[in-house]
Design a protein around this ligand. Structure first.
Ligand code: NAP
Length: 183
């Protein structure tokens, strides 16, 4: 698949490496922007406050299947939208999915060490299903559908719970009974 990834950081760069290893053709786009008209899938992996600027700087994204991996860390939702993902769809008017926002990029290189395939949530449009599920599997995850794009707001909000879990409480419980080298 021809994939354009916007954002070359932990998430964008890391996922691009995984997909390249799986045989996909990657175009990596940074702040300078670029043309994504040849892409069959576009993945957005920029800071939550940079989405509008990042979209302004790409050409050919209208109607494309987009996977939004962004989070709302330290920034408000785009005015008038309940999620980043719905804002993205309003800009592209194509099939849109939210996925990869709830996996720690620092663990990408350890996906293969898991005793069973890790699950990964996605919400979004049916027309994005084939692309988002294939790209989940080709990154090493088992995709789990969590409802239509209206549910992307809940998926974005879940990040706070994930941090809560990983910083204490259940995180310590899990660590004691299932240390990372056994997960
Ligand atoms: N880190 C994680 O584990 C994780 C997991 C899931 C989701 N996320 C979310 O995924 C997104 C990316 O996180 P990250 O950890 O990959 O951040 P990061 O390492 O800081 O990378 C962000 C990338 O976006 C680029 N960028 C900034 N403004 C841009 C623009 N206007 N146009 C194009 N590219 C732009 C940055 O370019 P420069 O290098 O030039 O600054 C950088 O390469 C965030 O929304 C984050 O909340 C993070």
């Amino acid at each position: 698949m021809k994939i354009a990834v916007i954002g070359r950081g932990n998430v964008g760069g890391g996922l691009a490496d995984l997909w390249e290893r799986a045989g996909h053709e990657l175009r990596r786009i940074g702040r300078e922007g670029g043309d994504v008209s040849a892409a069959e899938a576009v993945v957005l992996a920029v800071p939550g406050g940079a989405i509008a600027e990042a979209l302004d700087n790409v050409q050919g994204i209208e109607g494309k299947t987009v996977i939004d991996a962004t989070n709302l860390w330290g920034v408000d939702r785009p005015p008038g939208f309940s999620s980043n993902a719905e804002y993205v769809k309003s800009r592209t008017n194509g099939p849109t999915a939210k996925s990869f926002n709830l996996n720690f990029a620092s663990l990408y290189d350890r996906i293969g060490e898991a005793s069973s395939t890790p699950s990964n949530l996605w919400t979004g449009d049916e027309r994005a299903r084939q692309v988002v599920e294939q790209l989940n599997r080709d990154a090493g995850y088992e995709p789990v559908y969590a409802g239509p794009l209206e549910n992307a707001a809940a998926q974005e909000s879940f990040l706070k719970l994930m941090f809560g879990i990983s910083q204490g409480g259940l995180g310590q419980f899990l660590y004691r009974f299932a240390p990372p080298d056994r997960l």
